[in-house]
Ligand binder design. Structure first.
Ligand SMILES: [Zn+2]
Length: 227
């Protein structure tokens, strides 16, 4: 079986043995602040089964150096590097909304120019996300929202724009009923699954398959293809 983990961090990243038997795992490993970028890139360059994504996460705007965008651009010019996470998180007080939106726009423009995919972190900012994506456009190399926590109503326009929606171990949490409802509103062609470095991928796949009424094998295959 081929398993695709659409989103995780360096901590807890599975060390991949190319020759090992059993399911073949491919993982996207994200670096969310400047201090993490080099290590994430080095980890991914050491094997053929992970892709690094480097970005400035909204939580870490306040600690970013003034020239962060130039540094990020030069790293994104190396082969096989995507952008992520970046985005909007209006539950946090660490950076104001205007600063978050400016950094998000900067990063969207970077991936448009460089032809790289983008992984977005979005919490309680769905209206502004849709507005900014309509203004800036969807990067042609692909876009996904990780650990999707929006409504089915927001999932529809995102999918129409071509954005992939990735679901995390929140599917397993008893109090996350809304996430399980949203999972059913996503077309097979726009669905991804992830561990977010906290869940077991096999358990996330099993839970999602049960909810969608499909086999684990077919769901693993679909999310592999989408990945
Ligand atoms: Zn995130």
């Amino acid at each position: 079986m081929l398993l695709f983990d659409a989103h995780r961090y360096l901590h807890g990243a599975t060390s991949l043995d190319e020759a090992s038997p059993g399911p073949r795992l491919y993982q996207v490993v994200c670096g969310t602040c400047e201090s993490a970028w080099a290590a994430v890139r080095a980890h991914a360059s050491g094997n053929g089964r992970s892709t690094p994504m480097l970005g400035l996460h909204p939580w870490f705007l306040v600690e970013a150096a003034p020239e962060w965008a130039e540094r990020l651009e030069s790293l994104l010019r190396s082969p096989r590097v995507g952008l992520g996470e970046c985005g909007l998180d209006f539950t946090r007080k660490v950076a104001n909304k205007a600063a978050q939106e400016a950094a998000f726009r900067t990063q969207l423009r970077l991936v448009h120019g460089l032809g790289r995919p983008v992984a977005m972190h979005v919490v309680r900012a769905w209206g502004r996300l849709l507005e900014l994506l309509r203004e800036e456009g969807i990067p042609p190399a692909g876009a996904r929202v990780h650990a999707y926590s929006g409504s089915p109503e927001t999932a529809q326009p995102l999918q129409s724009m071509g954005v992939f929606l990735s679901f995390s171990g929140d599917l397993l949490a008893p109090d996350h009923t809304k996430v399980r409802e949203c999972l059913l509103s996503v077309a097979p062609s726009h669905l991804l699954l992830e561990t977010d470095s906290t869940a077991d991928l096999a358990r996330v796949i099993a839970a999602a398959a049960r909810l969608r009424g499909v086999t684990e094998g077919s769901l693993a295959e679909q999310t592999w293809e989408n990945g």
